[in-house]
Design a protein around this ligand. Structure first.
Ligand code: SAH
Ligand code: SF4
Length: 450
C-alpha cells in the first residue's frame, strides 16, 4: 500500500491540527481506562447502531419470499469494524467509546480520511493521530476488509473475488477492465429472493442483505488489489461501479444507499454518480427514492416485452407490470438524453428473441418517451438452466431492429467466462451450505463472544 507519509507528517504538526497536543494526549490516555463492563456496553451500543433494523422491505406476496433479515454478525474478538460508517456514525462510535465530543469529531475526520482516501487498515500508520492513542484504537476497532476465500484472474484480465463475511456468508465481486474504463460489479445481497428463471443467483437458498460495510468493502478490496491508494481522480483503473452482482439492490435500499454515498464522497473514494449504475429487476416503489436519495444511473432488467413472457422469466412482473415499470422509468429523477436509462435484455433462444419482440421493444420505449439504451446480454448458461443462448445471428438481427428504431442496442460481450465471472450471474459456494449449517456457524461465533 502506498501512503503519502510526507504530507501526513506535515498534517501531524500540532499547529496544523489546531489543538494543544499535551492536553489532548493526557485526555485520550485517561479515556483508555475502560472497565470490561463499559466496554461491553459500548460494543452493544455500537452494534445496535450498526445493525439497526432496516426499514421493512416491500414484499410482494408469494412472488418474493421473505428474505431472512439477519443482523451483521459481531467479530469474534468483539472489536468494531469501522468500514461502512458515515463520518457522523464514526464520530458517534468514537464518542460512545469514550472520546469527548470535540476529540471524537476531530479523530473521526482524520480516521475517515485515512480509511477512504489512503486505504489505511492500520491505526499505527495514522501519523496525524497521537501515538499514545493508537493502542486504544487498535483494542477497540478494526478497519476491515472482506475475507477473500478465493481470488481468480481470467485470461482477459477480469478478476473475481469470492468473499466471506464473519458469519460465514459468501458473496462475490468482479472487476472487468476495458480499454477506456474499469468496472467493478458489486453484490448487494447474499443470494436473491426474486427467482428470475434464467438467473443462477436466484436459485440460492439463503438470502441475507449485505451491510453497507460489506458493500463498500468490495470497492476497498478492489482498490487494494489494484494498488489504487491514495485515492485520486486521474489515472485510475477502477473507474466505474455497477450494482449488478448478487442480489436486488432495491430490496436492500438503506445499505446500498449508505455504501454508495461513501463511494461518491469527494474526500474519499470520490467516484462520480455518473460512473455508478444501479440495476433493478423492477422494484417500482423504490425507484423514485433511488433517484432522489442516491442519484446514480439506472439500469432496468426488462428482458421481455409481453406480460406472458416477463411473468415467467422475471416473476416480480406479476406484482409490478411492464407499463408500471416503464412509467416509473419515465419518472426517474435525473434521466435525460445525456443520462439514459439502460434496459437490460437477456437473449434467450425462442423465448424473447423474435423480430416482433424487438419491434415491440422499440414501440414501448418510444411510447414512454424514454431516454433509453438497450444492453443485449447473450444468456450465460449454467447447469440445470431451462434456457439456451440465442444464436449470434438472432442477437445481431434483434440489435439491428432496435438500432433502426433509433435506439442504441450494443451486444454485451461476455467477459471472464473462463472463471465463471459474468457480472450479474454470480453464485457462490454458499449454496453448498444449508441454512441450518449457517445458523450453527453463526451461533458458534456468537458463543465465542461470550
Ligand atoms: N437484481 C438486479 C441486479 C443483479 S442481476 C437485476 O436483476 O437487475 C444483473 C444483470 O444480470 C441483470 O440484468 C440480470 O438479469 C442479468 N443476468 C442474470 N443472470 C443472467 C444470465 N444467466 N445470463 C445473462 N444475464 C443474466
Ligand atoms: Fe435476483 Fe437480479 Fe437474479 Fe433476478 S436477475 S434473481 S433480481 S439477481
Amino acid at each position: 500500500m502506498k501512503l503519502d507519509r510526507g504530507r501526513a507528517h506535515v498534517r501531524n504538526a500540532p499547529a496544523a491540527r489546531g489543538i494543544a497536543p499535551a492536553r489532548a494526549l493526557r485526555r485520550s490516555a485517561e479515556r483508555v481506562t475502560h472497565t470490561e463492563l463499559e466496554n461491553r456496553a459500548h460494543i452493544a451500543y455500537v452494534r445496535a447502531m450498526l445493525t439497526e433494523p432496516a426499514a421493512p422491505m416491500p414484499i410482494p406476496g408469494h412472488i418474493d419470499p421473505v428474505p431472512v433479515p439477519r443482523a451483521a454478525a459481531a467479530r469474534p474478538d468483539g472489536r468494531i469494524d469501522l468500514i461502512g460508517l458515515s463520518k457522523d456514525q464514526l464520530r458517534e462510535t468514537l464518542a460512545a467509546a469514550g472520546l469527548e465530543p470535540r476529540q471524537a469529531k476531530l479523530r473521526a475526520k482524520q480516521i475517515w480520511h485515512w480509511i477512504y482516501n489512503r486505504g489505511a487498515t492500520d491505526f499505527a500508520l495514522m501519523t496525524d493521530i497521537a501515538k499514545a492513542q493508537h493502542p486504544w484504537l487498535t483494542e477497540r476497532f478494526v478497519i476491515g476488509r472482506p475475507e477473500v476465500v478465493e481470488a481468480q484472474v481470467s485470461s482477459d484480465g477480469t478478476r473475481k473475488w469470492l468473499l466471506r463475511s464473519p458469519d460465514g456468508q459468501d458473496y462475490e465481486a468482479v472487476f472487468i477492465p476495458d480499454a477506456d474504463r474499469g468496472t467493478l460489479c458489486v453484490s448487494s445481497q447474499v443470494g436473491c429472493t426474486l427467482n428470475c428463471t434464467f438467473c443462477h443467483t436466484g436459485t440460492m437458498r439463503l438470502v441475507r442483505n449485505l451491510t453497507a460495510g460489506e458493500i463498500v468493502g468490495q470497492v476497498m478490496l478492489a482498490r487494494d488489489s489494484l494498488g489504487e491508494w491514495p485515492s485520486q481522480p486521474e489515472g485510475r483503473m477502477l473507474t466505474n461501479i455497477v450494482m449488478m452482482g448478487m442480489g436486488e439492490p432495491l430490496y436492500n435500499f438503506d445499505a446500498v444507499r449508505d455504501a454508495l454515498k461513501l463511494v461518491m464522497d469527494g474526500d474519499g473514494l470520490a467516484l462520480s454518480k455518473r460512473r455508478i449504475t444501479l440495476s433493478t429487476s423492477g422494484v417500482v416503489p423504490m425507484m423514485a427514492r433511488a433517484g432522489e436519495e442516491i442519484g446514480v444511473n439506472l439500469a432496468v432488467s426488462l428482458h421481455a416485452v409481453t406480460k406472458e413472457v416477463r411473468d415467467e422469466i422475471v416473476p416480480l412482473n406479476r406484482k409490478y407490470g411492464i407499463e408500471q415499470l416503464l412509467q416509473a422509468c419515465a419518472d426517474y429523477p435525473g434521466a435525460n438524453n445525456a443520462r439514459r436509462i439502460t434496459f437490460e435484455y437477456v437473449m434467450l433462444k425462442d423465448k424473447n428473441d423474435s423480430d416482433a419482440e424487438a419491434h415491440e421493444l422499440v414501440r414501448l420505449l418510444r411510447h414512454y418517451q424514454l431516454p433509453a439504451k438497450v444492453n443485449l446480454i447473450p444468456f450465460n448458461p449454467w447447469p440445470g438452466a431451462a434456457y439456451e443462448t440465442s444464436t449470434p445471428e438472432r442477437v445481431r438481427r434483434f440489435s439491428e431492429i432496435i438500432f433502426e428504431g433509433g435506439i442504441s442496442a450494443p451486444v454485451r460481450t461476455p467477459r471472464g467466462r473462463d472463471i465463471d465471472a459474468a457480472c450479474g450471474q454470480l453464485k457462490t459456494a454458499a449454496e453448498k451450505k444449508s441454512r441450518a449449517e449457517l445458523d450453527r456457524i453463526a451461533a458458534e461465533k456468537q458463543a465465542a463472544l461470550g
